[in-house]
Ligand binder design. Structure first.
Ligand code: ZN
Length: 209
């Protein structure tokens, strides 16, 4: 299903092995950034255009939650999340490294057009089921990333409470919950697919210029 999207929150370094592969310390509270809604594109078979002249663009396959109602303290994940999907948090990695060195915000590396892909949403099956099934990102037929929500440093309830208390959460907000290890660069002509268990939720062909 295609749902309206309001605020776009993303969790950084939420899988220990991914923080390690980029040489980043493990955070002691959720590391949150956001993307403009203009960055978000549904994966509906259209070719996706990414910047090709600003250094490496990395894929980050992620579990994405859709919020169904306004957050109130004490709410459980199953009570506030109404849908989920998989998405790709594209990152201009060289730009991000430069921003980190300068101590500047990540927006330029994380907020460009098409930097947030989402497969169509599925009905939320409950937090227990969600943490049982593994998801993967497949690049040109090769599995590059595989993870399950059970490996997250900050679990879904912690993320919901953290975002709800600090920033507010309400209907239409979505959350990219972080990426497992195995991130890498995309090339012009790549086909990227997102699998939930053995089901392909969506795929896109990439062009870069
Ligand atoms: Zn990410």
């Amino acid at each position: 299903m295609i749902k309206n999207i309001r605020n776009v929150f993303c969790v950084g370094r939420n899988y220990v092995m991914h923080a390690a592969e980029l040489g980043n310390p493990i955070p002691d509270e959720p590391l949150i950034f956001s993307k403009p809604t203009h960055a978000i594109t549904y994966m509906t078979g259209e070719t996706v255009q990414l910047p090709g002249t600003l250094g490496e663009v990395h894929y980050e396959g992620e579990l994405v939650l859709h919020i169904g109602k306004e957050y109130k303290p004490g709410m459980q994940v199953d009570g506030i999340v109404d849908a989920f999907t998989l998405g790709i948090d594209f990152t201009l990695r060289d730009v991000q490294s430069d921003l980190k060195k300068k101590g500047q915000p990540w927006l330029k590396a994380k907020g460009f057009r098409n930097s947030g892909l989402v497969a169509p949403f599925q009905a939320f099956p409950g937090v227990e089921k969600i943490t049982e099934i593994s998801f993967s990102l497949v690049q040109n037929g090769i599995v590059k990333q595989e993870g399950t929500a059970s490996e997250m440093l900050f679990n879904l309830q912690t993320i919901i409470d953290y975002l709800g208390q600090y920033y507010g959460l309400a209907e239409g907000d979505i959350i990219y919950t972080g990426t497992p290890a195995g991130v890498g660069p995309v090339q012009d002509g790549d086909k990227l697919a997102l699998n939930w268990g053995s089901d392909e939720l969506a795929s896109s062909t990439i062009t870069m210029n």
